[in-house]
Design a protein around this ligand. Structure first.
Ligand code: Z5A
Length: 216
């Protein structure tokens, strides 16, 4: 596949949406993308029409429709299977770039470390849902739990955000472990927005600049 899949990961409020908006402007003008390649912004859950419906069910379930942990895991896997098959893989095959707010790392962090579901089972599901597709580069926006809670203070919580501090602390630990194991690029997300953006830009230049691309 000639396109590139870039992913932003991290705990709630780490600034993924903010940086995604920045990259939506910056990347197409950066000279890093081949001529004719377009940038597609997407997110999980909710990158497809089915995903939008699943997102509502999993984050804001009506009445007593709240999924049990295993059902929640399977809903995220279903969202990803649809997202990869319907949007991400075809887009990459056409040579375009995809920038995704969360991917399979979030399932390991939230359902694995947060909910303490079996990590091996989650990795098997990851293989099934992605059909082996692995991001070209994943950025980990590293933020303390304390700062995450401050940033989130003014908003109403979704189901996952309402889980509390111990849950979020386990999720944050999970992201730190995954970043090490999977060689994600760590970025200090507690800096000013502009500093995080320029750190992202320089990492993208480093990984996709002319020298690196000629060595692929
Ligand atoms: N989830 C899961 O459990 N399993 C899975 O497999 C997947 C997801 C894929 C998706 O929620 C939820 O699904 C998520 C995990 C779970 N639940 N939680 N929590 P979402 O997509 O709606 O929410 P989110 O991913 O957590 O995003 P967020 O909370 O909106 O945060 P963000 O996009 O990373 O941050 P932001 O919106 O850019 O910034 C948050 C605030 O901080 C905002 O007021 C900004 O102005 C501010 N901000 C951003 N950057 C800075 C800096 N640098 N300094 C100061 N303030 C800043």
């Amino acid at each position: 596949m000639s396109g590139r899949l870039l992913v932003l990961e991290g705990i709630d409020g780490c600034g993924k949406t903010t940086q995604l908006r920045h990259l939506a402007n910056w990347l197409p003008r950066s000279g890093l993308m081949p001529e004719g390649a377009r940038l597609h912004l997407t997110r999980e859950p909710g990158g497809t029409a089915l995903g939008v419906a699943l997102r509502k069910l999993v984050l804001h379930p009506p009445g007593d429709a709240s999924p049990e942990p295993l059902a929640e895991l399977l809903l995220y896997a279903a969202d990803r299977a649809q997202h990869v098959a319907q949007l991400i893989r075809p887009t990459l095959e056409q040579g375009h770039w995809v920038l995704c707010d969360r991917f399979s790392g979030s399932t390991l962090a939230y359902q694995g470390y947060g909910r303490e579901l079996d990590l091996d089972l989650i990795q098997q599901l990851e293989q099934i849902a992605t059909a082996g597709l692995v991001p070209d580069l994943t950025f980990w926006l590293e933020l303390s739990v304390e700062e995450s809670l401050v940033r989130r203070d003014a908003r109403s919580n979704d189901r996952i955000e309402a889980e509390g501090v111990d849950f979020l602390t386990r999720v944050a630990t999970g992201f730190a472990v995954l970043a090490r194991e999977r060689s994600w690029v760590p970025l200090q997300a507690d800096q000013q927005v502009e500093s995080v953006s320029s750190a992202l830009e320089s990492q993208l230049n480093h990984h996709f600049g002319p020298l690196q691309e000629s060595m692929r």
